[in-house]
Design a protein around this ligand. Sequence first.
Ligand code: AMP
Length: 416
Amino acid sequence: MKISDYNFAGKKAIVRVDFNVPLDENGKITDDTRIRGAVPTLKHILDNGGALIIMSHMGKPKGKVAAKLSLAQIKDAVAAALGVKEVQFAPDCAKAHDAAAALKPGEVLMLENLRFYPEEEGKPVGIEKEDPAYEAAKKEMKARQKDFAKTLASYADCYVMDAFGTAHRKHASTAVIADYFDADNKMLGFLMEKEVKAVDNVLSNIKRPFTAIMGGSKVSTKIGIIENLMDKVDNLILCGGMTYTFAKALGGHVGNSICEEDKLQLALDVIAKAKEKGVNLVLGTDSVVADSFSNDANTKVCKSGEIPEGWEGLDAGPESRKAFANAIKGSKTILWNGPAGVFEFDNFCAGSRAIGEAVAEATDEGAFSLIGGGDSVACVNKFGLADRVSYISTGGGALLEAIEGKILPGVAAIQG
Ligand code: AMP
């Protein structure tokens, strides 16, 4: 079913959104991109006479109640975003029958963090994979996951999947729940439709040069996409914390910089593969280094492979920034995921800013630029460049898996 064709009048819709928004220490939302992303779907349902049951996860409570990750903290912000007087709150997402049953058209109920229940993720807790009892525990948890999904489904007449950020997970609320609705009563939300189209835009119609910029803290979490992109891109910029795994693999000294010692060979393989495929691999040759992990640390610039003990690389140096901008300039397709430094500290955001500005300039010149992952999106917002890129995705991992060409479970659950 397509959401624009569905008649929500008098219906209760349970909508999986991604309200996993960053909060400061006082529980205040620091970036509401994800809430704004879901508003078109939620408003559409209300405007068409439906009642809303909103469900989401926040953070990683690992199947336990954690007050700091309660969605109660954001319910007023959601009410404001939707322009409704009140968002009712169900403090136990598995015991919301009565609250859901009492909902009238135009009313909104938000369920507590789904991940307070281990059934949401469906992974057994407190048992290691190596344990002989693991397989049995996994089977039992999968059965409990089905029951949990069935409970959630029982609250509503239809199911809308609009959580692109978690669409790469086969969780109770993102995929399993869809089994309890027939094809006429389940659909993707507008955000999901838009995200899937943006990925299609990149993959089906690559205009060259295609430049991918991968940053963030680790190689290990990005290696799948890095290897996959190698078959597609002309330029591959690897920056951020992973710079130092590469610098060390190449025989350099990285001082106290973040470095994955067990990924040195992997880094060398990436370099070899880039050469073999004729991909222009751009690594940060110099860094802004600091004598502590803090915005007020003393700093200096040095080669990324010549960092003295007691110092750590926290940002791309001036030479690297120039090389990144040069690779981005003239690109016609751009994918950016992950910052080039600890951009949260104002003194270490120059590398990410240089990338953001180069991406915006290339977009002005006609490139299609796709920005994904909470941190790169936060960068683009921080630097005031949001209006100068083509598409800002709410997905990090989901976006990367979709770009890898994988069918996301959240999409498959609806589309078969
Ligand atoms: P990820 O979750 O892997 O995409 O990483 C994002 C995080 O990487 C951000 O919070 C950055 O502060 C951090 N990061 C980027 N560059 C560095 C670096 N050189 N050292 C430590 N952390 C970094």
